[in-house]
Each structure stands twice: as structure tokens, then as C-alpha cells.
Design a protein around this ligand. Structure first.
Ligand SMILES: [Zn+2]
Length: 73
């Protein structure tokens, strides 16, 4: 069963790079547009949502958050 995590952008927090690293196969995967569902090569995790929201699936210990956000002060 996958554990899914959501991170939603808001007015002050803009998602620039929706990206994670799989710690099992070492792949860095990035979702570049809405509904761009990308899975790493070993299948342990995925990322989705493009620049609208960040949706990551997989066991939490199997991936590393490499997303970049722009925060308006
Ligand atoms: Zn992998």
C-alpha cells in the first residue's frame, strides 16, 4: 500500500520544482505539468501534480523531497 503525501501551494507558497529522489534506485523524478504522473524506474515512488500541487506516493523512507518552493514574504 502506498502512502500518499500532498503539499498544496497557496498564495504565498508557489511550487517551482515538483521533484523527489528515490532512495531505492537513485532516480530523480520531476512532474512538470498538472497530471504529469512520473514514476521512478524501480517503481517504489511517484510524483504528480506539476506546478499546481505536489502529490508523492511511496513509503516515506524510500524517497527524499527535492522540491523547490518560492515563498512570498
Ligand atoms: Zn526507485
Amino acid at each position: 500500500m502506498w502512502e500518499v503525501m500532498y503539499k498544496i501551494m497557496n498564495k504565498r507558497k508557489k511550487l517551482i520544482r515538483n521533484r523527489i529522489k528515490c532512495l531505492k534506485c537513485g532516480d530523480i523524478i520531476e512532474s512538470e505539468y498538472t497530471h504529469d504522473w512520473v514514476q521512478c524506474s524501480c517503481g517504489a515512488c511517484f510524483v504528480d501534480g506539476g506546478h499546481d500541487y505536489m502529490r508523492v506516493g511511496g513509503n516515506r523512507e524510500d524517497w527524499e523531497d527535492m522540491s523547490e518552493w518560492e515563498i512570498d514574504e
